[in-house]
Design a protein around this ligand. Sequence first.
Ligand code: DAH
Length: 346
Amino acid sequence: MLSRIDQITNDINSFTANTAADLEAYRLKYLSKKGILSELFDDFKTIPSEQKKETGQRLNLLKQAAQEKYNSFKSLLSENEEKASGQDLSRPSFPNQYGSRHPISIVRNEIIDIFTRIGFIVSEGPEIENDDHVFTRLNFAPEHPARDMQDTFYISRASAEDSSPDDMLLRTHTSSVQVRVMQSKKPPIRTISPGRVFRNEAISARAHCIFHQVEGLYIDENVSFADLKQTLLFFSREMFGQGTEIRLRPSYFPFTEPSAEMDVSCKICGGKGCNVCKYTGWLEVLGCGMVHPNVLEACNIDSKKYTGFAFGMGIERLAMLKYQVNDLRLYFENDIRFLDQFKTAF
Ligand code: DAH
């Protein structure tokens, strides 16, 4: 038996496989259930016991060598196969193709992040709204031009001439969410409402019929204009950098009194004047004011006890300032060559 083992050991040592078929023939011949090795192990049972020790050891070494030979050819052949196919199948799947966040989402998340740090919560309302939430309870006079068909997309209208609180429309601003929040919650209220809004505008580099706003609302006892100003200063410095200055210009909105528009110092030129800020050193960013008592009362909040401030900003406007992308249409076309450039942003 020992000489048989020697002979098979020699055969195995000199074996080479050029193809997977060669290797499979080898496996069947030596390693399979009906192969030579299992035959030898059967014979082993019949040999005299004094030969068992040495023969057993030799047999085990042979089995090991046979298996190792098989393993090494197996991996060699699969490597060759990969090379032939031009692929490295062991290569990690890198670089992964990551998507990127849309710039509007990036800016919206940044705004949410800043306001939630100072205690604001996020609330949302429907895009398809009624006149009551978008205009009437926000103190818009019945003949206010914003209610005009030329500005507002109506879905259903009771009368072509006069508006009614039940008219259904696409909201023209996120201020409608203010009304919903005030109707459903008691002060103190501290909330921001990001969302899509719709206006009947011809699409150009500077205007679009769909865009995004973030509305802010804070109502409690003794809320003052100073609170509004300080909140907006905090926001502006977090958003545009710590050196940023703000200025408030008097303005008019039906739902706030007094009302203001806020500018931030131009971060491109540091306030010296450049083409981005049209050589004024300032960039207009948002509208704001103290919530009109009529609005509080229309939403069942006691205007003698409570005061509040509100503000509203356009996300596209902030994205334009942040990324210096000055054609609004780019934010809606979803051209992958544009979106790809925001991969490094969070
Ligand atoms: N709703 C206004 C707009 O769409 C923005 C706005 C201005 C919202 C002043 C406010 C505010 O809450 O106080 O232009």
